[in-house]
Design a protein around this ligand. Structure first.
Ligand code: CAA
Length: 283
């Protein structure tokens, strides 16, 4: 399977990063979202990232212009009719994703691969909303996408080997490292990361230490680039809660019970960096 043209659905933090790395690797990209203001914001993030690369002398002004020229914008899902691969990075909501995949299945050519950047939802269930489950796969990028090397590639129950291989090869062309994972709640990354973050929140909740102390222990003691509470703010506390709930529901084991303090923060609208306040406050 030869992929030349990619549609990225969702121009948020993850979608814009995915569009950027695809365009940098030479793919033609259609960045799709529901509102022009979302597209403007996404293109703004990409332009800022590329400008920083120019300032650092890693790419030239001309290369930046070429990369940006490979990205076209879309407000109409019908544009999926011209692409070889769709990477969906819309909101983490099963109903929205299954509806989207059913629509894409109608619009995209028969050979088009439909990938999802979901961080924990079952690929097999998303695939079941289409008539091409063998062409549905998970491509889980990490935040910030332009910096992080990993892409977790998740095989749904029906994903074809040929599709897996195409996506594995494509991931390498993005200068990322693909890691193969099977379809279980949270895959590997969030099954391990989120309980650690949740435990850090319990540690704060139970008064074992201050937030700064908890983060310092993990940064200096375990060499993590960010402490778990800072990382939770960076990921978004709503996303952390959603993933913990997916693990709790998926495994039915109370070891995945979201910390009440996490629920309280999300209810308060303290969602982390994006809302200006989480465990820490942001300008
Ligand atoms: N977008 C693009 N580039 C960014 C960026 C962003 N949002 N944030 C930082 N960078 C770049 C900087 O420009 C800098 O690039 P150069 O080296 O080329 O100059 C580089 O990253 C390092 O940045 P800084 O020196 O400013 O800061 P840092 O050394 O603390 O690194 C970090 C920042 C890479 C984010 C680092 O703190 C880190 O690795 N944090 C942990 C990130 C992580 O765990 N991500 C996974 C989250 S989980 C997830 O994504 C999956 C999920 O489903 C929830």
């Amino acid at each position: 399977m030869n992929v030349k043209k990619v549609m990225v659905i969702g121009a948020g933090q993850m979608g814009s990063g995915i569009a950027q790395v695809c365009a940098m690797a030479g793919y033609d990209v259609i960045l799709h979202d529901m509102k022009q203001e979302f597209l403007d914001r996404g293109i703004g993030i990409i332009t800022k990232n590329l400008s920083r690369q120019v300032e650092k002398g890693r790419i030239t002004e001309v290369e930046m212009t070429t990369i940006l020229s490979r990205i076209s914008q879309s407000l109409d899902l019908q544009n999926a009719s011209s692409v070889d691969l769709v990477i969906e990075a819309a909101v983490e909501n099963m109903e929205i994703k299954t509806k989207l995949f059913a629509q894409l299945d109608e619009i995209a050519p028969q050979d088009t691969i439909l990938a999802t950047n979901t961080s924990s939802l079952p690929i097999t269930e998303i695939a079941a909303a289409t008539k091409r489950p063998e062409k549905v796969i998970g491509m889980h990028f990490m935040n910030p996408v332009p910096v992080m090397k990993l892409v977790e590639i998740i095989r749904g129950l029906a994903t074809a080997d040929e599709v897996y291989q195409t996506i594995e090869e494509l991931t390498k062309t993005l200068n990322k490292v693909p890691v193969e994972v099977n379809d279980f709640p949270g895959f590997v990354s969030n099954r391990i990361l989120m309980p650690m973050i949740n435990e850090a929140i319990y540690t704060l909740y139970e008064g074992v230490a201050t937030k700064e102390a908890i983060d310092e222990v993990m940064k200096l003691g375990m060499n993590h680039p960010m402490g778990p509470l800072t990382l939770a703010d960076f990921i978004g506390l709503d996303t952390c809660l959603y993933i913990m709930e997916t693990l709790h529901e998926g495994f039915g084991d109370d070891k995945y019970r979201p910390c009440p303090l996490l629920r309280k923060y999300v209810k308060a609208g303290w969602l982390g960096k994006k809302s200006g306040r989480g465990f820490y406050t942001y300008e």
